[in-house]
Design a protein around this ligand. Structure first.
Ligand SMILES: Cc1cc2nc3c(=O)[nH]c(=O)nc-3n(C[C@H](O)[C@H](O)[C@H](O)COP(=O)(O)O)c2cc1C
Length: 147
């Protein structure tokens, strides 16, 4: 797909009165999205279901955030945090997400996520924080290679 650098700068504002919902299987493959998820991410529902949830992973998101998320989920805890997501057209949208297990007869069968908007100030704070984390990630890689 062809795109311009400037496409990455376009933010989609998440509406206040709607929830962005998705579910995945235990490996993180999308099994359900609501209409708002499809609309905000710029994908059709059919393009999302059956694909790994990292289809909306933004390059600004540090790896360690998702490592912590999966660690919590695997320990049967819920994860809560701020995510910058990538749209199909390479634009982005910020959300607060709560991710937790879906249980059937006491067995973990899926994961679900409910996302809501965050304030402009929170977006600025997390953009700075994640920029720092990504730089730390890079430093670590360099250390492993040259030490
Ligand atoms: C229910 C659920 C919802 C998720 N929602 C997102 C999301 O909105 N954005 C995102 O980048 N990753 C989300 N993830 C994490 C992805 O599965 C994936 O771990 C992440 O995008 C990083 O990609 P990677 O694991 O391939 O490095 C979600 C995972 C689960 C289980």
């Amino acid at each position: 797909m062809e795109y311009n650098e400037s496409e990455f700068l376009i933010e989609t504002i998440v509406p206040k009165n709607e929830l962005i919902i998705s579910r995945t299987d235990l490996k993180g493959v999308i099994t359900y999205v609501n209409d708002t998820f499809a609309q905000i991410s710029g994908y059709e529902e059919e393009e999302l279901i059956g694909n790994p949830h990292n289809i909306v992973r933004h390059p600004d998101m540090p790896k360690k955030i998702f490592r912590q998320m999966w660690e919590k989920l695997q320990n049967k805890q819920k994860w809560e945090g701020v995510i910058k997501n990538l749209r199909k057209d390479h634009g982005f949208y910020w959300v607060h997400a709560i991710i937790s297990g879906v249980y059937k007869d006491n067995h973990l069968v899926e994961y679900k996520s409910i996302r809501t908007p965050i304030t402009y100030e929170t977006k600025l704070k997390y953009q700075k924080l994640y920029d720092q984390y990504r730089n730390i990630d890079k430093e670590n890689i360099r250390r492993v290679v040259y030490s």
